[in-house]
Design a protein around this ligand. Structure first.
Ligand code: NAD
Length: 354
């Protein structure tokens, strides 16, 4: 592994630590980008990386992303992320998770972990046997908030879509607004159900054909093939599956006026928000609109730390601020003629003192 501080994604990260426990099968990287606003918070990813430098790149890039996301969500948390370098089968053992949790505990709260790709709620419970710097645990007795972050992510996206429709189309409701949803899993399925309640017209796509068909039947929506969803003519395109779906090839094919969805890293490359702006497509920066999940996880963590029950009303109150944040970004974007993704990054950098 080359010196991490010479990596292009190194951005004055405060902590980058290789954590190894050979006996318990652990090799991981913990990165804290900024603790300006609070402890570095962000999930742990379990992934098989072809090269160690790919793992380092993910840790550096994702932890910086968490600094931006947490700051824009108004959370008293900094940005952190961990990656566990797994074998090809992404084997996890309790011993490995305990070894990882011991390393998190040893950081004394500099880094607070949660679930990301490859980590289940059960894994979080296993980690919690060794560290208190973990969140996303099943809803505790006496609490109404916390647990699976999916529904909170969906709620924030739904509210963000409403804000975008108000801003761009001048409608106060989603009635008869046509929303095309890519990915109808935990997040996309939740967005679809909330939008359907408001009378939105839905077109859905997922590689899980049975699941998407069942949801379309439930919500009276239409199904299109996964490769047709991005070019579906609609009012709102809501990507809720994969990253990097907005690129030089796909953006010219979009037939929408708004892109607002929960998938992380929708723009294949920084600066491609300009291609959307050139086409007069309103873009809701992904890490702003999809912050409902981290809002839930962080609120749960702060409540447990302070020994008070986590109330769903408090989670919802923070999520309700997502539309105002988006409005702020879009207003600044039209004033400055810069794309909304660039404006969001600038606002986040100011909030974290960079
Ligand atoms: P999920 O696994 O529950 O759902 C993803 C869905 O996308 C699945 O149904 C899958 O079949 C489908 N899919 C995969 N490839 C596809 C393709 N090519 N075309 C159409 N559908 C495809 O995951 P999720 O938790 O709903 O997360 C969705 C996205 O939102 C991810 O990018 C994730 O990083 C992001 N996100 C999730 C949360 C959360 O709280 N779960 C929070 C923030 C961001």
């Amino acid at each position: 592994m080359t010196a991490f501080w010479t990596e292009p994604d190194y951005d004055d990260h405060e902590l980058v630590q290789l954590v190894r426990d050979e006996a318990r099968g652990l090799t991981a990287i913990i990165a804290v980008h900024s603790s300006h606003l609070g402890p570095g918070a962000g999930g742990t990813r379990v992934w098989h990386y072809a090269q160690p430098k790919d793992a380092m790149r993910d840790a550096l890039r994702l932890s910086r992303g968490m600094s931006y996301k947490n700051a824009m969500a108004g959370l008293p948390m900094g940005g952190g992320k961990a990656v566990i370098l797994a074998d090809k089968d992404r084997t996890k053992t309790d011993a490995m998770l305990h070894a990882f949790a011991d390393k998190v505990e040893a950081l004394g709260g500099q880094y607070v972990t949660a679930a990301d790709v490859g980590i289940s709620e059960g894994d979080i419970v296993t980690m919690s046997q060794r560290t208190s710097y973990v969140s996303g645990l099943p809803i505790a007795a006496g609490s109404t908030g916390g647990g699976d972050p999916g529904p909170s992510t969906s709620l924030g996206i739904y509210q963000g879509i409403k804000a975008a429709v108000r801003h761009k189309l001048g409608h106060d409701s989603l009635k008869d607004v046509h929303i095309a949803i890519q990915g109808t899993g935990s997040v996309g399925g939740g967005v679809a159900r909330l939008a359907a309640k408001d009378g939105a017209r839905l077109t859905l796509a997922d590689i899980n054909q049975d699941g998407v068909k069942a949801l379309a039947d439930e919500l009276d929506g239409e199904v299109v093939a996964p490769d047709a969803i991005l070019s579906t003519t609609c009012d709102v395109l809501s990507p809720n599956a994969l990253g990097a779906i907005l690129n030089e090839d796909s953006i010219p094919q979009l037939s929408t006026t708004i892109v607002a969805g929960g998938a992380n890293n929708q723009l294949a490359r920084a600066g491609q928000g300009a291609l959307l702006a050139e086409r007069d497509i309103l873009y809701a920066p992904d890490y702003v609109i999809n912050a409902g999940g981290i809002i839930s996880v962080a609120t749960e963590y702060l409540c447990r730390r302070d020994g008070v029950p986590c109330k769903i009303e408090d989670v919802h109150a923070r999520i309700a601020q997502i539309p105002a944040r988006l409005e702020e970004i879009w207003a600044e974007a039209s004033k400055s003629s810069l794309p909304s993704d660039v404006i969001a990054d600038k606002m986040a950098q100011t909030l974290i003192g960079r």
